[in-house]
Ligand binder design. Structure first.
Ligand code: NAG
Ligand code: NAG
Ligand code: NAG
Ligand code: NAG
Ligand code: NAG
Length: 470
């Protein structure tokens, strides 16, 4: 089946230098520590597992662990590095057990790929982004759903689901009302002047094609489908989505005629197909496979289409092609993929900190299509909270110990202070009540629950110090 061919070729070629030790473009051996090379590997890693290539996933994990060095001097974009490298490593970390990689005892709350993700993320922290905050004025006064704000809207919805945060969803729904009131015309979304509401650019940007997928995530299927069908007519006109499309003129916009094999329309097709089973969505998928193979396939990889009017190619393959486009296409056609799990199966993982229920489905994709299991996040986050709680109590204990020690030094100057034989008495009744009060306050029933060792049994481990007399 041509589709399988595309998949295997795309990945094979991206990883070819590693696989065969083939020379780089200048004849030298490829260096896995090379920033853009590592970036492609990291970005494509979870795609390997979703496509079912477990052995290759394992091999790439080893290569990354042995070779990647974030201590390099490059001008990396904070946003891109965050979504591709940090997101890719996090997702690979969470999927590594499924891929048969031997994981350490603390997984999913610890592991080598998680530590790499943290290292990469820390490198980004002190770096500023290109926001000019001096004037506090809007530089551009165009409002729309595309470039510049797309990931913001996407993360309001996905963040609300992943973090179970109602405030984020409320914010999105508020924006959504304004977007529908002022930017929507015949199920197209235009750019409008933000103070007057007049149309400033009657243009559809290919980046905006994520919107129907996002609408389907909030259950707005009918609107999503109508907008999707508008966008699909543009695809049919050109065999791809031009970066900008002038809606009233029905044609591409000058200097924006390219199609770098972006994933957004396919991503929306995947979400909508899960929601509706409408075969039109598979047609888009089939068209995409055809276009990609007919127009963009080159000897080793799939090239950016520089101009959809004459199908000229550019000498580059974007990293999101393997990370996103291939992944969403595959998921569109693979209804039994583990990513689509509806909760009917799951894995129970015993960690030193407690039991976690993982892999039950409901994966949230970051904006570079790296899936995150919300249950893993929840499981490890709970662990953190409980650690903090124990740390609080420890701090309290040591502060008491110091105060008592001071007191005893004052009253009896004989010998150093010895710990009491029954340490439980160190917690005065007041302190004890306060601690329990705090414990109760933190025990909100989580929406996504992941059973973990109860707080009291953890205290028992530290029982030399604390006695839970309840
Ligand atoms: C996994 O990927 C490697 C490299 O692309 C390829 O050689 C191998 O045949 C693939 N294995 C499977 C099972 O698809
Ligand atoms: C990064 O950008 C700065 C400012 O444009 C420049 O001075 C520096 O040489 C660049 N560093 C690298 C490694 O490209
Ligand atoms: C949207 O339009 C309706 C009706 O015209 C109006 O009542 C509502 O306040 C508008 N909402 C926003 C967020 O602008
Ligand atoms: C969930 O998925 C399983 C396996 O694919 C299927 O048998 C079952 O009918 C599904 N359940 C629901 C509620 O969709
Ligand atoms: C210990 O003493 C300090 C001042 O000497 C006081 O601020 C602190 O609250 C005391 N700690 C406890 C737990 O009583």
């Amino acid at each position: 089946m041509p589709f399988r061919l595309l998949i295997s070729l795309g990945l094979l070629c991206a990883l070819l230098p590693l696989h065969h030790g083939a020379p780089g473009p200048d004849g030298s051996a490829p260096d896995p520590a090379h920033y853009s090379f590592s970036l492609t590997l990291i970005d494509a890693l979870d795609t390997l597992l979703i496509l079912g290539n477990v052995s290759e996933f394992q091999r790439v994990v080893e290569v990354l662990q042995d070779n990647v060095d974030f201590d390099i001097d490059v001008n990396a974009s904070v946003f891109e590095t965050n979504i591709r490298v940090v997101g890719g490593l996090l997702s690979a970390h969470l999927l590594s057990k499924k891929a048969g990689v031997e994981v350490e005892a603390g997984w999913p709350c610890s592991g080598p790929l998680l530590r790499m993700a943290e290292e990469a993320a820390r490198k980004l922290l002190p770096v500023g982004n290109h926001i000019d905050v001096l004037t506090g004025k809007w530089v551009a006064q165009d409002a729309g759903i595309g470039a510049g704000v797309d990931s913001y809207f996407e993360y309001l919805v996905k963040g609300a689901i992943l973090l179970q945060d109602k405030k984020l969803m409320a914010m999105f729904l508020e924006y959504n009302k304004a977007i529908r009131n002022y930017t929507r015309f015949d199920d197209w979304y235009l750019w409008v002047q933000m103070y007057k509401g007049t149309v400033s650019m009657p243009v559809f940007q290919s980046l905006e094609a994520y919107w129907p997928g996002l609408q389907s995530l909030i259950g707005d299927i009918d609107n999503a489908m109508r907008t999707f069908l508008n966008y699909y007519t543009v695809w049919k006109q050109f065999g791809g989505l031009p970066e900008f499309y002038n809606i009233p003129q029905g044609y591409t916009v000058e200097k924006r005629e390219g199609y770098p094999l972006r994933p957004e329309l396919i991503e929306s097709a995947m979400y909508l197909y899960r929601a509706t089973g409408d075969p039109t969505l598979l047609e888009l998928g089939r068209d995409a496979v055809e276009s990609i193979e007919k127009i963009s396939k080159v000897e080793c990889g799939f090239a950016t289409i520089k101009d959809l009017r004459d199908h000229k190619l550019d000498n580059r393959m974007e990293s999101f092609f393997l990370a996103e486009t291939v992944k969403y296409l595959y998921l569109l056609f693979d209804p039994t993929n583990f990513i689509h799990n509806n909760g009917s199966t799951f894995d129970t993982v015993i960690t030193p900190y407690g039991e976690c229920i993982l892999g039950a489905g409901g994966y949230i994709f970051n904006t570079e299509a790296h899936p995150i299991d919300p249950a893993a996040l929840h499981c490890c986050q709970r662990l953190k909270e409980e650690q903090w709680e124990v740390e609080d109590l420890m701090r309290e204990f040591y502060s008491l110990k110091r105060n008592r020690s001071k007191f005893q030094k004052k009253t009896m100057s004989s010998g150093p202070w010895e710990p009491p034989t029954r340490p439980g008495i160190l917690l005065s009744p007041e302190n004890h009540d306060q601690a329990r009060e705090r414990k109760r306050a933190k025990q909100k029933v989580p929406l996504l629950s992941c059973p973990s060792q109860p707080f009291t049994s953890k205290l028992a481990l530290l029982g030399q110090v604390f006695l839970d007399s309840s």
